[in-house]
Write a new protein. Structure first.
Length: 250
């Protein structure tokens, strides 16, 4: 018998109210198969899905079979997102290198497009991961009412609240939630402290020499190291002035 999902609620009533923001640069761009005009639009939609789930997909990380099914209309965008979340790349980069709590946080951010409400929500979904497995947890997120109401079968998930009520912009998920947990970051050996014995000096751009500045040629002039000719040591007693003075001959 499956354990029912533990009940959880937002910590603030503001999370229940739909956001009202003036459109600007921080508003997310919505990629949907409902308004595709060309094959390029579908390419952009696929790239947006990779950015949302993987943050970045190398050539070896791309799911060509899923892309082919999406292009031919055999699967929906929701099924494409399901395939990416269950892929070997997402499993090896997020599931294998994080605890269940951190994995739940990553999936809620990338699939539902928001932060977890509280620790109680992390615990609730981590129980689902422990009882139903990774695939059952992903399926429950994609089949939830929250996902269907906001994205449905045609819209790529996105970070829904980039603009906070105070007017400040919320950081993207990939910046404030690193891929690796603290334990695995320490195990992999980063961040590393690098000691430098050479002191690097910083010169402001306004004080850097411009083209034609003699300072740019100082090192070149010093590297030439020219040597002049020593003066001749001639005694005035050895000079025959009568023969040295020119005169006109008839």
């Amino acid at each position: 018998m499956a354990i029912p999902l533990l009940e959880y609620a937002p910590l603030s009533q503001n999370n229940r109210v739909a956001g009202y923001e003036v459109p600007g640069d921080e508003q997310p761009r919505i990629f949907s198969t409902d308004n595709l005009l060309s094959a390029t639009d579908l390419d952009n939609l696929i790239e947006a899905a990779y950015r949302q789930i993987f943050f970045h997909a190398f050539e070896s990380d791309r799911e060509r079979f899923l892309e082919s099914q999406l292009r031919s209309g055999q699967i929906t965008v929701r099924e494409f997102i399901r395939g990416l979340a269950l892929s070997n790349t997402f499993t090896g980069s997020f599931y294998n290198l994080n605890s269940n709590y951190r994995f739940v946080e990553h999936c809620v951010q990338r699939i539902l497009g928001r932060d977890v409400y509280s620790e109680r929500e992390k615990i609730a979904w981590s129980i689902v991961v422990a009882t139903k497995g990774r695939a059952g947890f992903i399926n429950d997120l994609l089949n939830s009412d929250e996902y269907l109401e906001n994205f449905g079968d045609t819209i790529v998930p996105y970070q829904r609240r980039r603009v906070l009520p105070s007017g400040a912009s919320e950081l993207p998920f990939n910046i404030k939630s690193p891929r690796y947990d603290e334990y695995y970051r320490a195990k992999l050996g980063f961040p590393q402290i690098i000691w430098q014995t050479i002191v690097r000096r910083y010169t402001p751009p306004d004080k850097q020499p411009k083209a034609g500045d003699p300072a740019l040629f100082a090192s070149m002039a010093q590297s030439i190291n020219p040597t002049g000719n020593p003066p001749q040591q001639i005694s005035p007693y050895n000079i025959d002035y009568e023969k040295a003075v020119p005169y006109r001959r008839r």
